[in-house]
Design a protein around this ligand. Structure first.
Ligand code: ATP
Length: 341
């Protein structure tokens, strides 16, 4: 692609949802840059989504590229790898144009702050137990900064908790009520230009080994070593889901409530893509156990659009493309500042 002088480009780290983000940017006419860790650049070359590939040793080397990226008029699109490998504190120091609200990353990264935000938005959250002695029902024990649910375990009472925690000495954790139901990850996009919070799609996660345990009988589970059958929640993929239509009004309101409340906690509030991670129970309750305040990998099955974006848009509209569309409209309307954090 020949880049016109002064033209904006879309840049992101080569991982997580970068294929989607860069493809979406191309669809909207932006030249693209992938910043890849050495040895991880193949997909971005093979799928031809990046007009330029910059190789770094570590993702934090993004800061060394600031001058170069500024000259190229690159707008950074964040995804989970920015939060996981660079961290929200460092990200706040990034001086490059950035799509979304940097300040909100702290609220999604800190479980206590996240709880305050979502509770104020009126969402139903699993109960959190302050100490192991209080456990009076099935709980899931999550480690701080675990990322992807590695080593999380279930416990049914304090005794069970103390037995299982032995395998994780010194780790910080949170004890959360285990909600029995089905998982549903709701993807949203909030446009600061129109003020609307759009439903982009839903997914469920494919997690190892919790999604594999059911493939063997209870008899065989009994003879396997304990550590093989203890459920673990390491995410390995995402599966598209369409939600029962009668749930939609609630999901739409939940997204709107989260955005409304975000404006009270950080200037300008949350905008762009975000995801509510939910469990739906047989009583038709929707519990939210986490929010991701940026694009989630669960939108990756919808590179050609989801059933919902297909209803709304005349062309295939992925979340990645929706981001680029928002930037494009903002540039056209001379409102770019409103979408950059
Ligand atoms: P990520 O940052 O990738 O979202 P994480 O380390 O923050 O991962 P969670 O998403 O909170 O972990 O949880 C991992 C998995 O554990 C979920 O995908 C879900 O399957 C399960 N899970 C988490 N909390 C609950 C809960 N309260 N009740 C039932 N299942 C839960």
């Amino acid at each position: 692609m020949v880049v016109a002088k002064g033209e904006w480009r879309i840049a992101t780290l080569g991982s997580h949802s970068a294929l989607q983000i860069l493809k979406g940017a191309h669809d909207e006419g932006f030249p693209t840059i992938a910043i890849c860790k050495k040895g991880k650049d193949k997909p971005y070359r093979q799928f031809k989504v990046a007009d330029e590939i910059l190789i770094v040793q570590e993702y934090t080397d993004l800061f060394k590229l600031e001058k170069q990226l500024k000259e190229k008029k690159a707008i950074i699109i964040p995804h989970a790898s920015f939060v996981q490998y660079i961290g929200h504190e460092k990200m706040e120091k990034l001086s490059l144009p950035y799509f979304g609200c940097k300040k909100i990353l702290e609220w999604e990264s800190n479980r206590d702050k996240e709880k305050v935000w979502l509770t104020k938005a009126g969402l139903k959250l699993p109960k959190v137990f302050a100490k192991p002695e209080d456990i009076d029902r099935a709980v899931i024990v999550k480690f701080h900064g675990a990322g992807g649910g590695k080593g999380y375990f279930l416990a049914k009472n304090p005794k069970d908790f103390y037995k299982k925690i032995k395998a994780h000495p010194g780790k910080g954790y949170v004890i959360q009520e285990y909600i029995l139901g089905v998982h549903m990850y709701a993807h949203y996009f909030h446009s600061p230009l129109t003020g609307e919070t759009e439903i982009m799609g839903f997914d469920k996660r494919y997690e190892s080994n919790v999604d594999g345990i059911g493939r063997i009988t209870a008899r065989d589970q009994m003879v396997l070593p304990q550590e093989k059958v203890d459920p673990s929640y390491v995410i390995v993929g995402n599966i598209p889901v369409v939600v029962r239509e009668s749930f939609l009004p609630r999901f739409i309101e939940m997204g709107e409530d989260v955005v409304r409340e975000s404006k009270k906690i950080v200037p300008k509030g949350l905008w762009g893509p975000f995801c509510l991670e939910c469990v739906l129970t047989p009583e038709e309750e929707i519990y939210v156990f986490e929010i991701s305040a940026r694009i989630v990998a669960g939108t990756n099955p919808y590179i050609h659009g989801s059933p919902y974006t297909w209803i709304r848009y005349p062309e295939p509209m992925s979340t990645g493309r929706r981001i680029a569309r928002e930037i494009k409209i903002a540039i056209e309307q001379n409102r770019l500042k409103e979408v950059l954090g």
